[in-house]
Design a binder for this molecule. Structure first.
Ligand SMILES: *Cc1c(COP(=O)(O)O)cnc(C)c1O
Length: 380
């Protein structure tokens, strides 16, 4: 390897690669945020982001990573002592649980095994047993396990009980269909560094009318993330001006492509990746793998930490390892944002080489071949 130039490929589920047009957009002059010129840019960025969320609800841009948007959801919807139901099937469900506890909520977790998914029936049972619940916190794509959940199905149940549903769509939005208004989702959060093809630094959050009613009565102290301040003025404090230039352009690109097409392109990349993993005789970690990333069990006899570090440090291909208890046991290949078929081919071929290097015998090209066949079948 050392005889060759090392090129780097970012194939992790966030941050994701940023196309050069969007990088350049961020390199423009920083203008003052209290000007009509900037207000117009920000308004357009917000309108475009609403399209991506498929909503006409209020949507705010936050100068924070996605977790800031999660914290804003909790701080504005939950008063100390109130009961919430949280779907917990991985690190990000656990994050909802932690934030809710920090804010003094009484948390009823729906615990599912890592890699497994919750069903609408489980939500129904939990709500029936806990009629005093104020909100259900869920995750569209549990990035730590590569699992997608049936948010539309969850929402039908939650609405039947007349409660609020809050969705962490930080990695799932854009890769996976999500329709905020059609599915009656009260609060949806996301971040810039995943499907939006942007650098890290922006959080997004939407509030439905029902959510607003709760925001008004929540007693939790809050300041920077007080949603009422953003409702009065979408830029209550200095916004991330240059990131918002980039966002405006990114959402224009997504709108021009159309969300149906955006979802479809993620589906094709995910199908190709999954076909390659199967052809290599490897096992999926998730029982319901989504189109954001593919989580794979490290095969017996292979050092999972080494697999990820050799791929990154020697081959220049950054994928993600396992988090928490999954460390060393799984690896995660993203097909999210500004990625296309040769990103899948790079991930799969690097995986083949590193598996062989680590003594796991696979036939060279078998994964690549399976991916290529999917691309041929899809005509892409
Ligand atoms: C990335 C991610 C987060 C955390 O977002 P940050 O931007 O790192 O704060 C939360 N939830 C999910 C599902 C994610 O994928």
């Amino acid at each position: 390897m050392s005889k060759l130039v090392k090129k780097n490929y970012l194939l992790a589920p966030g941050p994701t690669p940023v196309p050069i047009d969007l990088l350049l957009e961020g390199a423009r002059d920083t203008i003052h945020h209290r000007t009509p010129q900037f207000k117009k840019i920000m308004d357009e960025a917000i309108e475009g982001t609403k399209y991506v969320f498929q909503t006409t609800n209020d949507l705010f841009l936050l100068s924070s990573s996605g977790t800031g948007a999660m914290e804003m959801a909790v701080a504005n919807l939950v008063s100390p002592g109130e009961k919430v139901i949280v779907v917990v099937g991985g690190k990000f469900g656990e994050r909802w649980e932690k934030i809710c506890k920090v804010y003094g909520a009484q948390v009823v977790p729906i615990k599912i095994e890592y890699g497994d998914y919750a069903t609408p029936e489980m939500i129904d049972d939990a709500l029936q047993a806990n009629p005093d619940t104020v909100a259900v916190f869920t995750t569209l794509s549990e990035t730590s396990t590569g699992t997608v959940m049936d948010i539309e199905g969850f929402s039908k149940v939650v609405k039947k009980h007349g409660k609020l549903i809050v969705v962490d769509a930080i990695s799932g939005l854009i890769a996976q269909p999500l329709k905020t208004d059609e599915w009656n989702l009260d609060v949806v959060v996301a971040g810039s560094q995943k499907g939006f093809m942007l650098p890290p630094g922006l959080g997004f959050i939407t509030f439905s009318e029902d959510a607003w009613k709760k925001v008004e009565t929540t007693t939790t102290p809050r300041f920077y993330f007080d949603a009422r301040a953003y409702k009065k003025n979408p830029a209550p404090y200095t916004p991330a001006v240059n990131l918002i230039y980039q966002l405006k352009k990114a959402v224009e690109m997504l709108k021009e492509e159309g969300m149906e097409n955006v979802w479809e392109r993620h589906r094709i990349l995910a199908d190709a990746t999954r076909a390659a993993i199967k052809a290599l005789g490897l096992e999926f970690f998730s029982k319901n793998p989504g189109n954001v990333l593919t989580a794979v069990r490290v095969p017996e006899g292979v050092d999972g930490l080494k697999l990820v570090s050799i791929m990154r440090d020697e081959y220049g291909v950054t994928i993600a390892g396992g988090q928490g208890d999954m460390k060393g046991k799984i690896f995660r290949v993203a097909h999210l944002g500004y990625m296309s078929k040769f990103d899948v081919i790079i991930a799969v071929s690097a995986l083949e080489m590193v598996l062989r290097k680590l003594g796991y015998n696979i036939e060279y090209g078998s994964g690549v071949k399976a991916a290529e066949e999917i691309f041929e079948k899809e005509g892409v």
